[in-house]
Design a protein around this ligand. Structure first.
Ligand code: SF4
Length: 272
């Protein structure tokens, strides 16, 4: 652990929350829960992230053709479904069998596309480079920088072409090319943290769109670094008590804070 690891106040998850809606940072920093319920879609995303951690081992051990790989991934998914409640006993307590079954069915339906994309990557780049990019040298390491006032946990670190870089597991949709803007900020924040930890430049990160078996390399630019620093400063202010303006947007309909979240910042002060 670096000497820069003393109690930072901002978490990388705050930055991601801010990108979706700055007000969510305000509520979460005051102890309100954003996702009180686990539904099939959320459970499916948890399954896909865990399943993706088995891709490298599966690809190392089975012969790489579509039939074999998809069968092995099916087996891994069944095991992941059994393991998940053991790994997340608090979050999954009380989640009904039908939600598990629906999440498993949704995850299973993705296996053929994942198989096809992993095999395409092997064909295009070669087995060893693909395995290098997928195989963690550390899983969920805690990174922290007092100078940045930031801490966070990348899904994994991988060693690719001699460089140790963060890799993010993203279970949502995948853009046609590159990565989503929010994933770029996420990757840049983790690169800054890893640089603080290692004391040298980390030139890129990987974003793994796990529900598709697609891996994207993100070169981190100065503009990405600037954006991370700007969001950090805004999050600091919100955590210190600033209530951001309410955004009228589609997110509000499904937001667990919608009842508390009135248009007037001045009214909000009555709640806290
Ligand atoms: S209700 Fe809308 S504005 Fe309020 S926190 Fe949720 S998403 Fe943000």
């Amino acid at each position: 652990m670096s000497s820069e690891s003393h109690n930072p106040k901002i978490n990388v998850s705050d930055l991601l929350l801010y990108i979706k809606c700055p007000r969510r940072v305000y509520f979460v920093s005051r102890g309100f829960e954003l996702y009180p319920e686990i539904n099939a879609a959320r459970l499916e995303r948890m399954l896909m992230k865990e399943l993706s951690l088995t891709y490298p081992e599966t690809m190392k051990t089975c012969s790489l053709n579509a039939d074999n790989l998809s069968k092995e991934l099916e087996v891994s998914l069944s095991q992941t479904c059994l393991d998940l409640p053991i790994m997340f006993p608090g979050e999954l307590e009380g989640v009904g069998r039908e939600i598990f079954d629906e999440a498993e069915a949704r995850a299973r339906a993705k296996i053929s596309e994942i198989t096809a994309n992993l095999l395409r990557a092997v064909e295009e780049y070669g087995k060893e480079p693909v395995l290098e990019a997928l195989t963690p040298v550390k899983t969920e390491p805690f990174l922290s920088s007092e100078k940045l006032n930031l801490k966070g946990i990348p899904s994994k670190l991988v060693c690719f072409e001699g460089a140790q870089v963060p890799s993010l597991l993203k279970p949502g949709n995948c853009p046609e090319q590159g990565v989503w803007a929010s994933d770029r900020v996420h990757a840049a924040a983790l690169v800054l943290l890893l640089e603080a930890e290692m004391g040298k430049e980390v030139p890129f990160a990987f974003v793994e769109y796990v529900s598709f078996g697609l891996l994207r390399k993100v070169i981190i630019r100065s503009s990405d670094r600037r954006e991370v620093l700007q969001i950090c400063r805004r999050v600091e202010k919100i955590k210190a008590g600033l209530m951001p303006e309410k955004k009228e947007e589609k997110l509000c309909k499904e937001c667990s804070f919608s009842e508390k979240c009135t248009s007037e910042p001045s009214l909000m002060s009555k709640f806290f």
